[in-house]
Design a protein around this ligand. Structure first.
Ligand code: HT7
Ligand code: ZN
Length: 819
C-alpha cells in the first residue's frame, strides 16, 4: 500500500486483530504487511494528518479555512494508506464528522445516505455506488453557500445541481450553472451520455494547483474557473468557465466511468475530454474561431514543449513524477489525435466507436490501445500505424512541393514527412497524417477533385506521398492542412500573392486566418533579422489587405478580431531558430504602430461602429463585438496620441463590464502615458481590492508590462497586500506572467530575471513542488537562446540543483533540461 511520509500511522488491524509493530514495515512511500493474509480480509488503518500544514495542496488541505482534497494523481496516499493506483477501483463510503458551526457543509462523492448531529458537531455519510480509483475521491468541509438547480436527463431522471462557494460569491455562480446544464444536454445529444447520480456538485476553492478536478459527483474547481460576473469577469474568463465546467462534466464518462489503467494512459481521458470540450465550445460559439484559438495554443506552447528537454510522447514511456506530465502534449496533442480519428473515420463512425468504447469498457481501467481498438472495430480499418502518434514524440515536419503540367493538365503535390529526434527517441517512423486540401483557380473558385467534392482528405502514410489531380486547367493555388487537420509543421513555398489570395478567397476559417498570419510572419521575420526596429514602410499590398479586412470586419467581428491581430511574440519565438527576444518585441511593436498609422481613420470608424449595447450580455455576438472594439482601441493607443488616451480613459470609466474596463486599462498601462497608467491602476485597485480574482488580473497586467524596470516593479508586487505567496493563482499572476510574457525584461542581459526565477523556485519547492516545477519551464528552454543568455540560464539552473534537497517534481525537470 502507498502512504506518503507525511502520514502518521496510529493503528492497523486485520479482521479486527491488531497488527503488531513487527507485522508491518514502512519503506519510502510503501507500507508492507509482514503477516499471512487470507484471500479476502478487512484492513483498518487509522492515520493522523495535518491539513493546516499541507502547503503542497495535494491530499487533504485547507483553502481559506475550508477543508478540501486534491487526489489526482497520487494525493490519496497523503490521506491514508491505500493501493493508490488508477486500476484499483472500489466503492467508497465516507463519513465526515465536524463542528457544525465552523463546518456546516460536509460533502463527499455520491449520494448522502445518513446524517446526524449533537450539540456541537454533526456528521454526514456519503455513498458512491460507482467503483472508482482513489484519485477520484473528494471531500469538502466548510462554511459555504450554494446555488441550486435541477436537470432532467433524457430518460426523465431529475438530477440536483449544486454549486458551492463563499457567501460573498453567490452572485457569481449563474454562468457556471448554465454552462453545466448546456454541457449535460450536449453530452446526451452528441455522445448519448447521461449523468448517473442523483446529485452533481461543484465547489469553488481559492487555493488550487490547477484549473479543476472531476471527482465523481463532487468536482472541485479553482475559483478562477467557476466564478463569473459581468462586472468582475472578462469575456475570455467567461468562456474559460464554460469550457472547464464542460470539461470536468464530460470526464464523468471519459475518465470516471471508463478510467485509465495506469498513468501512462493519462491522455486516454485527458486528450479525449479536451477534444470533447473543444467541440462543445465550437458548438456554443464560432467553430472557426475556436479552431484558431486551439491551434494557436498548440502551435506555440505545445510545439515548444515538443521541441524542448521535456519532450515526451502523448503516451509517455517513463516518468519520475506523474504531476509533471499533465502537459500540453498529453492534453492538447492528445486531443489532436482524437480529432484525427474523427476526421479519418467521419462523424458517424467515430460516434459508433465511442459508443462501443463506453459500452465495452464501462467500469474498467483501460488503455489508449483499447480506445483505438474500438475505432478499428467499427471502421474495419487497421490503425496500427496511426497509433504511432501516441508513442512517438516530437512535431512532424511536412514539406510540400508542387508541379503543374499545362500540357497534361495535371497538378502534382509531393509530400515529404519527417520527425526530428527527441530525448531518448532518435529514430522516427512515418506517421499516418490526414491532410485536408483544396485547390483554387484564379477566380477564387475551389476546383472539384477526384472525389467530386471541393476538398479532399489525403492520407499520408509514407515518408513520401505523391498526389496527382487530373483535368486541372490552370496552375491552382493549393490550400493545405485545412482546419489544421494534423498537428504538424507545414512547409510549402507560398508566394505573398498566394497568401493574399487565400486570405481573400478561402472558405475554411482556419486556413484563411492562417494565410493572413503567414503573410504577417514573412514581413515580421524579415524585420526581426534586421534587429526589429525597422522603419521601412509596410508593403502597399499588405496594408490594402488589412484595409479590406477592416472594411469587412463587422460581417464576423470575432474572426475579424483574430485576423487583425499580428502573430504573437510566443509564436514568432517558436518558429525562430535562435530566439531574439528584443528583435521580436520591437518588430511586432513597430509593425503594429505602422498599421495603426496607415489605417487610423478605419480603426476609429470601426471602434465607433462596435460601440456598446445598452447593457452587458455575455453572449457570442456581444463578446465578438467587444473583442473587435478592444482590438481597435489597442491599435489606436499604439499611436501615443492624447486623443486616444482620452478615449481609453472614457471607456475605462464608463463601461459596465470588466472586458471593456480591463482592456482600456491594459492599453494605457502598456502605453507611454505612465502617469495616467498609475492613476488608473490605483483607481482600479480601489474599486476591486476585495475581489481576489480581479486582483490577479491587476497583478498580471503589471507583471507583463514590458517597460524597463519591470523586475523591481514585480518585486514590489510580491510585497503588496493583495499578494499571497501561498496561493498558486497569485504566484502564477506575478511570477509566471513576468517570466513567460514579459520576455524583454525576463531575458534581460544582466541575468537578473533568471536569478529572480531561480530564487523563487528554490523557495517555492519546499512549499509547493507541483507549482514550483511548472514555474521552472522558461529556464529549461535555454537552448533556444543566444550563447550569452544560454550561459546565464544554465548558471541559474545549476544554482537550483546545488541549492540542496529538491522535490522529485523539480529534480525531474531540472535533470532533463541539463542533460
Ligand atoms: N484531471 C484533473 C487533473 C488535475 C491535477 C493533476 C495534478 C495535480 C493537480 C491537479 N488538479 C487537477 C484536471 C482535468 O484535466 O480535468
Ligand atoms: Zn481533464
Amino acid at each position: 500500500m502507498f502512504g506518503h511520509d507525511s502520514l502518521e500511522l496510529l493503528s492497523l488491524s486485520i479482521d479486527g486483530v491488531t497488527v503488531p509493530d513487527n507485522g508491518w514495515l514502512r519503506q519510502d512511500e510503501v507500507l508492507r504487511l509482514n503477516v499471512s493474509l487470507n484471500d479476502t480480509f478487512e484492513l483498518r488503518c487509522v492515520t493522523k494528518i495535518n491539513p493546516e500544514a499541507n502547503t503542497a495542496l495535494e491530499g487533504l488541505y485547507l483553502s481559506d479555512g475550508m477543508f478540501c482534497t486534491q487526489c489526482e494523481a497520487e494525493g490519496f496516499r497523503r490521506i491514508t494508506f491505500y493501493p493508490d493506483r488508477p486500476d484499483v477501483m472500489a466503492v467508497f463510503t465516507t463519513t465526515l464528522i465536524a463542528n457544525k458551526n465552523q463546518y456546516p457543509v460536509l460533502l463527499s462523492n455520491g449520494n448522502p445516505v445518513a446524517q446526524g448531529s449533537d450539540e456541537t458537531s454533526h456528521w454526514v455519510t456519503w455513498q458512491d455506488p460507482f467503483p472508482k480509483p482513489a484519485y477520484l475521491f473528494a471531500l469538502v468541509a466548510g462554511d459555504l453557500s450554494c446555488a441550486e438547480d435541477t436537470f432532467t436527463t433524457q430518460s426523465g431522471r431529475a438530477v440536483k445541481l449544486q454549486i458551492y462557494a463563499e457567501a460573498k460569491d453567490l452572485d457569481k455562480l449563474g454562468h457556471a450553472m448554465e454552462s453545466l446544464k448546456q454541457s449535460m444536454r450536449w453530452d446526451e445529444r452528441v455522445y448519448g451520455r447521461e449523468y448517473d447520480l442523483d446529485i452533481y456538485m461543484i465547489v469553488a476553492v481559492d487555493f488550487f494547483n490547477m484549473g479543476a478536478m472531476e471527482n465523481k459527483g463532487l468536482n472541485i474547481f479553482n475559483t478562477s474557473c467557476v466564478l463569473a460576473h459581468p462586472r468582475t469577469t472578462t469575456d475570455a474568463a467567461f468562456q474559460r468557465v464554460e469550457s472547464v465546467v464542460a470539461h470536468e462534466y464530460f470526464h464523468n464518462w471519459s475518465g470516471n466511468r471508463v478510467t485509465c489503467r495506469d498513468w501512462f494512459q493519462l491522455s486516454l481521458k485527458e486528450g479525449f475530454t479536451v477534444f470533447r470540450d473543444q467541440c462543445f465550445s465550437a458548438d456554443m460559439h464560432s467553430a472557426a474561431v475556436k479552431r484558431v484559438e486551439d491551434v494557436t495554443l498548440l502551435r506555440t506552447a505545445q510545439f515548444a514543449e515538443d521541441a524542448g528537454p521535456m519532450s515526451h510522447p502523448v503516451r509517455p514511456a517513463s516518468f519520475i513524477e506523474i504531476s509533471n506530465f499533465y502537459t500540453l502534449t498529453v492534453y492538447e496533442k492528445g486531443a489532436e489525435i482524437v480529432r484525427m480519428l474523427h476526421t479519418l473515420l467521419g462523424e458517424k463512425v467515430f460516434r459508433q466507436g465511442t459508443d462501443l468504447y463506453f459500452d465495452r469498457h464501462d467500469g474498467q481501467a483501460v488503455t489508449t490501445d483499447d480506445f483505438v481498438a474500438c475505432m478499428e472495430a467499427v471502421s474495419q480499418r487497421d490503425l496500427t500505424q496511426f497509433k504511432r502518434w501516441y508513442s512517438q514524440a516530437g512535431t512532424p515536419r511536412l514539406d510540400v512541393v508542387d508541379e503543374y503540367n499545362a500540357g497534361q493538365q495535371t497538378y502534382t503535390l509531393r509530400f515529404t514527412q519527417s520527425t526530428p529526434p527527441t530525448p531518448g527517441q532518435t529514430d522516427k517512423q512515418p506517421l499516418h497524417i490526414p491532410m485536408s486540401l483544396a485547390l483554387f483557380d484564379s477566380t477564387g473558385q475551389a476546383i472539384p477533385l477526384a472525389n467530386g467534392q471541393l476538398s479532399q482528405l489525403v492520407e499520408l502514410t509514407d515518408e513520401e506521398t505523391i498526389f496527382v489531380v487530373k483535368g486541372v486547367l490552370e496552375k491552382p493555388t493549393p490550400s493545405l492542412l485545412r482546419g489544421f487537420s494534423a498537428p504538424v509543421k507545414l512547409f510549402y513555398p507560398y508566394t505573398e500573392e498566394q497568401l493574399s489570395f487565400l486570405l481573400t478567397h478561402e472558405t475554411d476559417g482556419f486556413a484563411r486566418w492562417d494565410a493572413g498570419q503567414q503573410l504577417a510572419v514573412r514581413l515580421l521575420q524579415a524585420r526581426i533579422l534586421k534587429g526589429g526596429e525597422v522603419d521601412d514602410a509596410l508593403p502597399e499590398a499588405f496594408v490594402s489587405a488589412w484595409q479590406v479586412l477592416l472594411e469587412r470586419a463587422s460581417d464576423d467581428p470575432a474572426m475579424a478580431s483574430l485576423l487583425l491581430t499580428l502573430p504573437t511574440e510566443a509564436y514568432l519565438s517558436e518558429i525562430s531558430t535562435v530566439i531574439d527576444v528584443d528583435a521580436i518585441f520591437n518588430a511586432r511593436r513597430t509593425m503594429r504602430r505602422q498599421l495603426a498609422q496607415a489605417l487610423e481613420a478605419q480603426w476609429l470608424t470601426l471602434y465607433n461602429e462596435m460601440g456598446s449595447e445598452e447593457s452587458y450580455r455575455p453572449d457570442s455576438s456581444e463578446m465578438a463585438r467587444r473583442s473587435l472594439k478592444n482590438t481597435c482601441l489597442g491599435y489606436l493607443m499604439a499611436l501615443d496620441s492624447p486623443t486616444y488616451l482620452a478615449l481609453a480613459e472614457q471607456q475605462f470609466s464608463e463601461s459596465d463590464n470588466m472586458t471593456e474596463q480591463f482592456a482600456a486599462l491594459s492599453t494605457v498601462v502598456y502605453s507611454v502615458f505612465t502617469d495616467s497608467a498609475r492613476e488608473m491602476l490605483d483607481e482600479f485597485l480601489n474599486q476591486w481590492q476585495h475581489e481576489s480574482l480581479v486582483m490577479n488580473q491587476w497583478l498580471a497586467l503589471q507583471a507583463a508590462d514590458p517597460k524597463s524596470g519591470a523586475l523591481s516593479r514585480v518585486k514590489a508586487l510580491l510585497e503588496h497586500p493583495v499578494y499571497d505567496s501561498r496561493n498558486p493563482n497569485k504566484l502564477r499572476a506575478v511570477i509566471s506572467t513576468f517570466c513567460n510574457q514579459n520576455t524583454v525584461n525576463f531575458h534581460g542581459l544582466d541575468g537578473e530575471g533568471y536569478r529572480f526565477l531561480a530564487d523563487k523556485i528554490i523557495e517555492l519547492d519546499k512549499q509547493n513542488p507541483q507549482v514550483a516545477s511548472r514555474l521552472l519551464t522558461p529556464l529549461t528552454r535555454w537552448k533556444r537562446y543566444d550563447s550569452q543568455r544560454q550561459a546565464l540560464m544554465r548558471a541559474q539552473l545549476q544554482r537550483i540543483i546545488e541549492s540542496g534537497d529538491l522535490s522529485g517534481d523539480v529534480y525531474e525537470v531540472l535533470s532533463k533540461s541539463m542533460a
